[in-house]
Design a binder for this molecule. Structure first.
Ligand SMILES: [Zn+2]
Length: 319
């Protein structure tokens, strides 16, 4: 009797089950290769102690939780999910970094991307945990497998917190000018927390900090001569400036003095030096607050990505 039942089940499966299973993952129109979904992609992640094999579906929500406030508009969160997924694909196809040669990416935001586990995020979110986690999952699943491509390859999907009205060219910050990372307008403004920031330090500390990095620098008695000839790049950020007689890049000034961005002015007096800074981050690629502003205007995640990444296409990629 049991055998007959089992045989009937097998027959039923053959008749209905298999065609049904076949319908679960329909092939995208015109594509012959299998489209990799986030469940089907496994990456190696360096967690600071060891390498972990983890699927994109499991890993990516942690990156979105770590990189963008869950209270942002859903379309902005989706744009963030695609940006983070694309960055991971880029790393997978171009090789890991020297600090983790056997892993595709790591969990250090200073190196690859931030990562916040579900339990840690839930503890932080409190009674909003369920709602926020739902939005994160919706952002990832709603863009399943989607990445940004240029010339058929995943792009170096740089992003930052907020711009000063326009984003930067990649060549302003890094050595290479990439055709899809060019300066565009960005609509965020004073609603961004700490959009304008001020950094003041005693004149002696300013000189010491700079001289430590550039020992050839010299500072005379006249504060007006300490910082001279500020050159701005096309995006309005500091390209180069002469400090203590040494010409340095704006991005280096940002790093030496811990400024929030390279969009700054500087004022010197005998007592102190004051930097006034706009925005936060390197300024290249998508501005997260700009993406949120665009989403509030009704733009979709696709429109947001096309806004910040010039001439890219959106689609899936089989590594
Ligand atoms: Zn890394």
């Amino acid at each position: 009797m049991k055998d007959a039942f089992a045989a009937a089940m097998v027959l039923l499966l053959l008749l209905f089950g298999i065609p049904f299973l076949g319908l679960e993952r329909p092939e995208t129109e015109g594509e012959t290769e299998t489209v990799p979904t986030d469940e089907q992609v496994t990456l190696t992640v360096w967690d600071g102690t060891e390498n972990r094999e983890i699927t994109m579906a499991e890993y990516l929500p942690g990156v979105v939780r770590g990189e963008m406030p869950a209270t942002f508009e859903l379309e902005a969160l989706k744009a963030q999910a695609v940006t983070a997924r694309t960055y991971i694909y880029y790393k997978m196809t171009t090789g890991g970094k020297a600090s983790h040669p056997d892993a595709d990416v790591c969990m250090d935001p200073g190196c690859c991307s931030a990562y916040t586990p579900a339990d840690k995020a839930a503890a932080k979110w409190g009674d909003k945990a369920e709602e926020n986690e739902g939005r994160i999952q919706q952002a990832v699943r709603g863009t399943d497998g989607q990445v940004m491509l240029y010339g058929g390859e995943p792009i170096f999907a740089a992003f930052h917190s907020s711009s000063d009205g326009v984003t930067a060219n990649s060549g302003d910050v890094w050595v290479k000018d990439l055709p899809y990372l060019v300066s565009v307008e960005s609509p965020e403004g004073e609603e961004v927390p700490n959009y304008y920031s001020v950094k003041t330090m005693p004149a002696a500390e300013f000189q010491e900090t700079f001289t430590k990095r550039y020992p050839e620098a010299g500072f005379g008695d006249d504060p007006a001569a300490w910082v001279q000839d500020v050159q701005l790049n096309g995006s309005g950020r500091v390209e180069t400036v002469s400090i203590g007689g040494v010409r340095v890049e704006g991005t280096d000034v940002r790093s030496v003095f811990g400024l929030r961005s390279a969009s700054f002015t500087v004022a010197c007096s005998e007592q102190e030096v004051t930097f006034r800074v706009t925005g936060y981050g390197h300024g290249v690629g998508m501005s997260q607050y700009g993406a949120n502003a665009l989403a509030k205007e009704g733009k979709t995640w696709q429109e947001i990505l096309h806004w910040y990444y010039t001439d890219v296409t959106l689609g899936t990629y089989a590594p």
